[in-house]
Design a protein around this ligand. Sequence first.
Ligand SMILES: [Zn+2]
Length: 198
Amino acid sequence: MYEGVVQDLIDELGRLPGVGPKSAQRIAFHLLQADPADVHRLAAILNEVKAKVKFCSVCFNVSEEETCRICRDPRREPSVLCVVEEYKDVVAIERTREFRGRYHVLGGAISPIDGIGPDQLRIRELVQRLNDPAITEVILATDPNLEGEATATYLTRQLGPLGLKVTRLASGLPVGGDLEYADEVTLGRAFAGRRAAE
Ligand SMILES: [Zn+2]
C-alpha cells in the first residue's frame, strides 16, 4: 500500500480492463516520473473524450454527433445491416472495405456466466429498426466464439419470422477469438462468402 493519492491512482488504474495490480503499479510510477506536460495532455484527452463522444442514436456506434458518420453517409447501401457486438468490430469491418451497408452495435454478446441476456443488449432497438422496409438483409457478424455463436443463434430465431434474408459470416475466421483480431483479408473473405443463417 502506498500513501494517499498514489494508492488512489493505482486503484483507479487497476479498474481498467486488462490491467492487473502489477501493471497498475507500473503505470502509476511511470506517470509519477513523467513530464508534467505529457500527463496533462493525457488528462485533457480523457476529459475531452468523455465530454465529446456519444453513441449514435440509430446504430449505437461511437459518434461525436447525434448520429454517426456511417449512418449520415448517403452513399451507404440502405438495404444491408451488419450486426456486431462492439464498436471496435465496426472499425475492423470498415478496414476490409468489403461492406457498404450500415451497422447495428449490440453492446456485447449473450453470456449467462456474466449475467448478460438478450435484454441487456440492443436487440429491441434492432428489431425496431428492421421495420424499415428498405432493409432486406441482416448480416450477423458476432465474434467467432461461444458467446458470439449463442448471440447469432438467438438472433437468427428472433429475426426469422420477419421475412428478411439473415446471413452469417463464412467460416475461416479464427475460432475462439474476437472479430477484431482477424486480419483484413480473412475478414473480407468471410464477408464475401457469407451464407444463410440456420
Ligand atoms: Zn450510426
